[in-house]
Design a binder for this molecule. Structure first.
Ligand code: FE
Ligand code: FE
Ligand code: ZN
Length: 289
């Protein structure tokens, strides 16, 4: 694929979440066919937490395809069951084991991103949860070297941590390997958390910058939302069919502060739907309007 350039001269990276069922290289081929140049996948079964062993030849074949096609950084996604700050010690320990193994596996695909939900404190309180997440990162990050780990912005439903930018900032503050730590902004999640990215995108990004710092922003999960701003529901919607709306999604895709980041669609779509959305976003970014 010819390299895609934004009007402002930065690279365009757009893709969607894919199934890893057929292996790594297969995902690269699928995304090439979809017209995108980045993608996400679950590093293990998102609910059960099981993981297939990695085939080094397959990872190497994907690496080659990524270089040949000029793909942007990939954004692996941790299992939903990984909770680094559960009140239950066994769950917490399981989460840490998953984090460690996932990062060791990612070493076969160096230079990419690994995104995870910070966790749910399940009654321990936000402060205790934040301390446990930071502790897990401080133990896991030095055991790998090739991957940047991203905290995902969350809706803040239940006892979820990461619904406020301040909470992510506090985690980052406590982690030593800061150079390998970043944030992934999920547009549906921040909207559901109460940040009005449709009405005041500049204001929200200014707030992100003053609390976390835009230099930490490394990826975008590009989703519309079924619910109203502040609803804390976390139900993704197809671009333009939700309450954020097409005009706002387009303004987000074209915002200079987000230029050059990998944009990952996690919208409820079949193959045709993803191909269409990738084409739409590419069209906006390539023309700059
Ligand atoms: Fe997520
Ligand atoms: Fe997400
Ligand atoms: Zn979500």
């Amino acid at each position: 694929m010819r390299q895609l350039l934004l009007k402002g001269r930065k690279m365009i990276y757009i893709g969607c979440h894919l199934s890893v069922a057929d292996g790594y290289e297969a995902m690269g081929r699928t995304m090439r066919r979809f017209g995108g140049n980045t993608f996400a996948w679950f590093t293990r079964n998102p609910r059960g937490g099981k993981s297939k062993p990695l085939d080094p030849a397959d990872a190497e074949a994907l690496g080659l395809l990524l270089r040949e096609e000029g793909f942007g950084p990939l954004v692996a996604h941790a299992s939903y069951t990984m909770n680094l700050c559960s009140a239950k010690e066994t769950t917490r320990q399981n989460g840490f084991d998953m984090l460690l193994k996932d990062l060791q596996k990612m070493e076969a695909l160096p230079g990419n991103l690994y995104n995870f939900h910070p966790g749910a404190h399940t009654g321990q309180g936000t402060e205790a949860g934040i301390a446990q997440i930071a502790d897990a990162l401080n133990r896991a990050l030095p055991e790998s070297s090739g991957t940047t780990v991203l905290l995902e912005t969350m809706t803040g439903k239940g006892t979820e941590i990461g619904g406020r930018f301040e909470e992510l900032r506090e985690i980052i503050d406590r982690v030593s390997c800061k150079d390998r730590l970043g944030v992934c902004l999920d547009t549906c999640h921040v909207w559901d958390a109460g940040y009005d990215i449709a009405g005041d995108l500049d204001g929200v990004l200014r707030e992100f910058d003053s609390v976390i710092g835009l230099k930490r922003l490394r990826a975008v999960h590009f989703n519309d939302s079924k619910n109203a701003c502040g609803a804390r529901k976390d139900r993704h919607e197809k671009l333009g069919q939700g309450q954020i709306g097409m005009d706002a999604m387009k303004r987000i895709a074209l915002h200079p502060a987000l230029a050059g980041l990998p944009f990952i669609l996690e919208t409820p779509n079949d193959e045709e739907g993803y191909i269409r959305e990738i084409r739409t976003v590419r069209g906006w970014m390539e023309s700059g309007e």
